[in-house]
Ligand binder design. Structure first.
Ligand SMILES: [Zn+2]
Length: 327
């Protein structure tokens, strides 16, 4: 009788355990970036422990520890009051961007990277960063930055086993941009993606007013042959927008300019804008978003973190088909 009970008990146990074992295996398989990380972990993090940082204002090159450098970049590039998971995403992006540069993509002869956001990545010293915060918040703020960097040490973003060119920007205005419209060239992981919640941030919209004279002066600075007759019908006209709603081509008098060039010439925060004449002689530009729009949106990351996404899922939203690996 006892044997019969043991047999029945054994069969019941098997019926319960088999689905659990299979479900667990399936769950692990779905987290494939964890499994794959071991097979593509071919970079030695200690090879990148020091970097040569160029200070553009003095021309001085300073050797700094990689992760201390990353902390200074994160504190310079993203507001410290953003969510911790957004700061972690920024830390991984900044580390990836740096290692991509170190692996044969340097812009400078005697340095690995410089401290300017318009060229490489913004960097500020710990001392200068802290001086910009209220005294009573300095230690907590700096600790938050260190947590973001130290809890992601050695983590970088890879596509096809190689570090990606991890572009980022402030606010995409609802959709990120393809690099082909900004610098030319394309990367499979940098596609237009929708961004949510960015309209809640001050970086989302801005306005620029220019008189006709100011407009002529700014365009003539780069195009001496510029001519415009404001009495003609539509002297200024947007000719083409892309899928992310940014201006691709527009007419200014006798010139056809790209939206990216107009942004630069007129000092607009992005290439997603509309324009109208106000009071007869002034041009009003309404601008949506802030930055080139390629890759990770910082405000979009903060919003996703507020919705409960962790830094890995935030990164995977903005860069398509990537893996986050442990070096
Ligand atoms: Zn640079």
């Amino acid at each position: 009788m006892r044997k019969v009970f043991s047999l029945i008990f054994g069969v019941i146990l098997l019926i319960i355990l088999i689905p659990i074992i299979f479900t667990k295996k399936k769950a692990l398989e779905s987290l494939n970036f964890i499994d794959n990380s071991a097979s593509i972990n071919k970079y030695n993090y200690s090879d990148f422990s020091k970097i040569k940082l160029l200070h553009q204002s003095t021309g001085e090159v300073e050797e700094v520890d990689l992760d201390y450098y990353i902390a200074c970049v994160v504190s310079s590039e993203m507001p410290v009051n953003f969510e911790l998971e957004a700061l972690k995403a920024q830390a991984v992006v900044a580390r990836t961007y740096t290692i991509y540069k170190l692996m044969g993509n340097r812009k400078h002869e005697n340095a690995d990277i410089c401290d300017q956001s318009t060229c490489c990545q913004a960097w500020i010293s710990e001392e200068n960063r802290k001086a910009k915060w209220k005294e009573e918040e300095r230690n907590n703020n700096w600790n938050k930055i260190l947590i973001a960097v130290n809890s992601t040490i050695g983590k970088i973003i890879c596509y096809d086993g190689k570090p990606i060119n991890a572009f980022f920007h402030s606010n995409s205005g609802g959709k990120t941009e393809e690099p082909t419209y900004v610098w030319g060239g394309s990367y499979p992981y940098l596609q237009t993606v929708e961004t949510f919640g960015e309209e809640n941030y001050s970086q989302y919209s801005s306005e620029v007013f220019l008189t006709k004279e100011e407009l002529i002066e700014k365009i003539k600075a780069e195009h001496e042959d510029f001519e415009i007759n404001f009495d003609e019908e539509e002297p200024i006209k947007i000719l083409k927008r892309n899928d992310s709603n940014r201006v691709v081509e527009m007419k200014f008098g006798n010139l056809n300019l790209s939206g990216v060039e107009v942004r630069k010439l007129l000092g607009l925060k992005s290439a997603n804008f509309t324009l109208e004449f106000v009071n007869g002689d002034k041009l009003k530009f309404k601008v949506i978003g802030y930055g080139h729009g390629v890759g990770l949106s910082q405000t979009g990351s903060d919003y996703l973190a507020k919705q409960g996404l962790n830094y890995e899922n935030i990164i995977k939203h903005f860069y398509k088909g990537v893996e986050i690996i442990d070096m």
